[in-house]
Design a protein around this ligand. Structure first.
Ligand code: G3I
Length: 380
């Protein structure tokens, strides 16, 4: 199925480029970073290796953010909904569903022939109050089953892969004490994948989490994959989110995790890649994380623009990661950036609101950055 999709996407892009060529001027427009529009796009450059995805949000889905949409159409061949399919958004009450934005997301993916990801069916965060406040295990199991059947079932045959379970682990590899684990124990994981497989039999099913490079957490993720296999259930891939920074984690640690997940037989994906470039309050010695850092110049050093030296650092770090991904492209099937451009990134508002961060491959005007050129250069 994936191979067919790669092929279809390549044809789509070749046709799109051909049309652009016919309709265009004699010389291709140069972007700010110098990339020419007739050069290979990211999706084309990496077509033989893995999908290149982007998370998208309402402004792109409803066609408001036209610059980002143009980049999406040309550069990416997979999409993930950053927020619109989360439980509290799609099923705010036991009997109330808000399908409009999620339907529009899937429609857009089909129009652009993307590899369409669903994110996410079971997650402790962004779950509505009626879930978090449930105290009856049978009621919670029923809620979970109804949610998965309704959402995964609605898009069966249209969504290509689901993040079934998101962030179920603590850093030491033990299970997070979410409402699901507290009331249902480990069995909720088994049930979630069984129900998802029944509701969306053609979709790939993933486990998705952050810090999956961390050796202790890695043990937990491998345990989840094995638990499902021992129960005769399907788990197609492990999604390493990839919220990294300029210094950590070490590439070797990320590599060891790719190898460990691949050894289970699961596909490996980088599902939410971004590189924060700003100081982290948790790294400051003696910093009180509850202190209000908003408006602090020290914590928002590049509000007026990024120095060339930092731009180059970001580009080099991206190149290091993509070199690693290429080395393991037998196992890696997708690399998704957590946003199309820097303006969209959640990292402008976390862990401190209102900062100017530079974590992605396209700038605030959706022009390719030095990091984009570095990633493309690996394939030229
Ligand atoms: O839509 C409302 C808006 O109406 C309101 O005015 C505004 C006020 O704060 O909030 C808006 O909702 C925000 C939403 O993003 C859309 O921008 C929520 O407060 C905010 O909590 C939410 O954050 C998202 C976060 O998940 C929580 O769902 C981020 O955009 C999104 O990038 C982030 O993504 C997660 C992945 O799903 C899982 N892995 C970690 C990753 C980063 O935290």
């Amino acid at each position: 199925m994936q191979l067919l999709h790669y092929f279809r996407n390549s044809i789509f892009l070749i046709l799109a480029l051909g049309l652009a060529g016919c309709a265009g001027t004699n010389s291709a427009p140069e972007t700010e970073a110098g990339a020419s529009e007739t050069d290979l796009s990211l999706a084309e450059a990496y077509a033989g290796n893995f999908y290149i995805g982007a998370a998208i949000n309402a402004p792109q889905i409803i066609g408001q953010d036209t610059a980002a949409l143009r980049v999406l159409a040309r550069e990416f061949n997979s999409i993930t909904p950053e927020n619109v399919m989360k439980w509290e958004n799609i099923q705010p009450g036991p009997d109330s569903f808000t399908w409009e934005m999620a339907d529009a997301y899937v429609d857009l993916g089909e129009q652009q022939d993307k590899w369409i990801i669903g994110h996410t069916l079971v997650w402790h965060s962004q779950a509505p109050a009626y879930i978090n406040e449930t105290t009856d295990p049978d009621q919670l199991r029923t809620y979970m089953e109804e949610h998965i059947r309704a959402v995964a079932g609605r898009y069966a045959g249209r969504i290509d892969g689901w993040d079934v379970l998101n962030e179920a682990l603590n850093e030491d590899g033990s299970y997070r004490e979410s409402v699901f684990y507290k009331l249902l124990g480990e069995q909720y994981i088994v049930d979630a994948y069984r129900i998802a497989a029944e509701a969306a039999p053609d979709a790939e099913l993933y486990y998705n989490d952050y810090n999956l490079n961390n050796p202790e957490k890695r043990t937990g993720a491998v345990r989840i994959v094995n638990l499902l296999k021992e129960n005769g259930l399907r788990i197609d891939g492990v999604g390493m989110q990839g919220h990294y920074n300029l210094n950590g984690p070490p590439i070797e640690e990320v590599e060891a995790s790719i190898e460990a997940y691949a050894a289970t037989g699961a596909k490996v994906m980088f599902t939410e890649l971004d590189l924060t470039t700003l100081p982290n309050p948790w790294d400051l010695q003696g910093a009180d994380v509850n202190q209000n850092f908003e408006g602090s110049e020290k914590m928002n050093p590049y509000a007026a623009g990024l120095p060339d030296s930092v731009s180059t650092k970001i580009a080099e770090r991206y190149a290091d990661f993509f070199n690693l991904f290429l080395k393991h492209d037998e196992a890696i099937t997708r690399v998704t950036l957590w946003g199309v451009n820097d303006a969209q990134s959640w990292l402008n508002n976390w862990p401190i609101r209102g900062r100017t961060n530079y974590p992605l491959l396209f700038d605030r005007d959706s022009a390719p950055k030095e990091a984009y050129d570095a990633v493309i250069a690996l394939k030229q």
